[in-house]
Ligand binder design. Structure first.
Ligand code: G4P
Length: 532
């Protein structure tokens, strides 16, 4: 008797990282189309356009409304379930992106062929590297004039200190664009119609000297392709699955999301080589393996304001182990309470559905009234917390100014709620003055003002503070820590979990105070594991 393979082995949970405008939205749409998840082009496109018009909060709100339904996009293709987790495009919401990356097993890095590695790509890449997430590189827009293929490969290799392994090659770029050559599968992917038109067929070829290529492609383009392939084979690493899985090597595909080149290659590659759900580290040195029978999962994102009239939220839970069934009671470890998950949601590109059953790698949406926070762990009873979800030191700090002092309670509740969603961090100064909020990007401040007004009928403003950054403080000796806090009461505040934070006036001060207090640790990130 043969036993069926565990369902989680057919799951591929991944995200796309890129600098704005590199083509993430277009590629997302094309992946969904290829997977049969959307019927017509345009759904995701509309979102991209909206996102670009981000001059005021109304538009952010619109974007949020749209991105809610597409935070997770699940589709099935040839027996593989793809869970594509969306990440916000705007860098001011990068914390959200970082946390989403804790819930994926692989990432596609989209690079614009004309621009190479840009700032946001690099930052996001570093987060992937910290977690050893395997990266597949997609060099997009080769239908436009771009940089030389070898130059792009060198840049990825040098800028990211990563081995690159070219999997396909562009056959010309810009006005000379004929398609994509896949030397491994011996395919010439090209258009039926005019040169550079949308991808329609993969023609089998014996090699670069195949008459199909020789007869259609300009001589100079073919000469360049031939040189690329030759130099590519000699100068770059051969694809090594192990090195890829360890995050040391990135396979590179050239393509054009707009014209469908390279899209199928990515899905085929993910099916064949991207990892099935991996183990998840947890407290106490525990490692949760996907084939364990009991259900565990963690919240990597909370989306509120689905309906502004209700304070309902959806917690996005990535399952780590077990087989989840609708109606299950799970232990919400932080609160020490059991919750019945009676209406879990699956997210498809165009619709949502009640999730009857889910497996490791899947993401379910759990509606709740604010009990579930980013970082929370759900189990069948075990007292563990999934680790590895960071909170980052804020780069912008502001003191809250309240117009109507009668509304302190509502303001505090609102800020606490938004902090639990992961939108802002709050710092409560020891000496009783108004709370300070910390964000990574200024745009988040507008969102806070607007949401407090609409959802908590509380008008607030922000004042500048003399602080430029914050660090979580810790010390092996609690007495020493207490002494340090007492000696620096003006600069110490408590975060939303009452963990002490030092507010610094400058980077110089960070170094100075650090050097003067070698026993105290000043941390730029903190695990958001809540152990009360
Ligand atoms: P993003 O989500 O990473 O920000 O990028 P998005 O997909 O929105 O793409 C940014 C721009 O690049 C869009 O053009 C899009 O059409 C274009 N683009 C994406 N992929 C390709 C490609 O493979 N080839 C070419 N030539 N262009 C590509 P736009 O003019 O800003 O928007 P739109 O008017 O086309 O919607």
């Amino acid at each position: 008797m043969t036993t069926a393979a565990a369902p989680y082995l057919a799951r591929r949970t991944f995200a796309i990282i890129s600098h704005p405008d590199a083509g993430k939205t277009t590629l997302t749409e094309k992946l969904l189309l290829s997977g049969g998840a959307i019927r017509a082009a345009g759904q995701v496109r509309a979102r991209g356009e909206r996102r670009r018009a981000r001059s005021d909060w109304m538009k952010i709100e619109q974007e949020r409304g749209i991105s809610v339904s597409s935070s997770v996009m699940t589709f099935e293709r040839r027996g593989i379930i793809y869970n594509l987790l969306d990440t916000p495009g705007h860098e001011d919401f990068s914390e959200d992106t970082y946390r989403t990356l804790t819930a994926v097993d692989a990432a596609i890095m989209v690079i614009d062929a004309a621009k190479g590695i840009e700032t946001q790509t690099r930052k996001l890449f570093e987060v992937c590297r910290l977690r050893d997430i395997p990266i597949i590189t997609f060099v997009n827009k080769i239908d436009r004039e771009g940089r030389h293929a070898l130059e792009i490969l060198d840049e990825i290799q040098e800028a990211l200190a990563l081995d690159v392994s070219p999997m396909t090659w562009p056959v010309g770029m810009g006005s000379d664009f004929f398609g994509v050559y896949d030397g491994k599968k011996h395919l010439f992917c090209t258009s039926d119609g005019e040169r550079g038109g949308p991808y329609t067929q993969a023609k089998p070829v014996t090699g670069i000297d195949d008459p199909i290529l020789v007869d259609t492609v300009f001589d100079r383009v073919l000469a360049e392709l031939s040189e690329n392939v030759e130099l590519g084979e000699a100068g770059y690493a051969a694809f090594d699955p192990e090195s890829f899985l360890e995050g040391h090597l990135t396979p590179v595909f050239f393509g054009s999301a707009l014209r469908d080149y390279g899209v199928e290659d990515l899905l085929d590659f993910i099916a064949e080589h991207a990892p099935a759900p991996h183990s998840q580290p947890a407290t106490g040195g525990r490692v949760i393996a996907p084939d364990e029978p009991d259900v565990t999962g963690f919240v990597f994102k909370v989306q509120a304001n689905m309906d502004p009239k209700h304070r309902d939220r959806i917690a996005f839970v990535r399952l780590c182990s077990g087989t989840f069934k609708r109606g299950m009671r799970l232990k919400h470890v932080r609160a020490g309470k059991s919750i019945a998950v009676s209406a879990p949601i699956f997210f498809f590109a165009e619709e949502r559905e009640i999730a009857e059953e889910a497996f490791p790698g899947d993401v379910i949406g759990v509606p709740n009234h604010g009990q579930l926070r980013v970082g929370d762990t759900l189990t069948e009873g075990e007292e563990i917390h999934v680790t590895g979800l960071p909170a980052f030191a804020p780069e912008v700090l502001r003191r809250v100014r309240l117009s109507d002092t009668m509304r302190v309670k509502q303001m505090r509740q609102g800020l606490q709620d938004l902090a639990e969603e992961g939108l802002v961090q709050i710092f409560k100064p020891d000496l009783g003055s108004n709370w300070i909020v910390g964000v990574v990007g200024m745009l988040q401040l507008d969102v806070v003002i607007d949401r407090l007004k609409n959802e908590y009928t509380t008008e607030i403003g922000f004042e500048t503070v003399p602080y430029t950054t914050a660090r979580w403080i810790e010390c092996a000796d609690p007495l020493k820590l207490q002494k340090f806090i007492e000696a620096n009461r003006m600069s110490v505040a408590l975060d939303r979990d009452d963990k002490p934070v030092f507010l610094f006036k400058s980077n110089w001060e960070v170094n100075y105070i650090g050097e003067k207090n070698p026993d105290i640790g000043f941390r730029e990130t903190r695990e958001i594991v809540h152990t009360h």
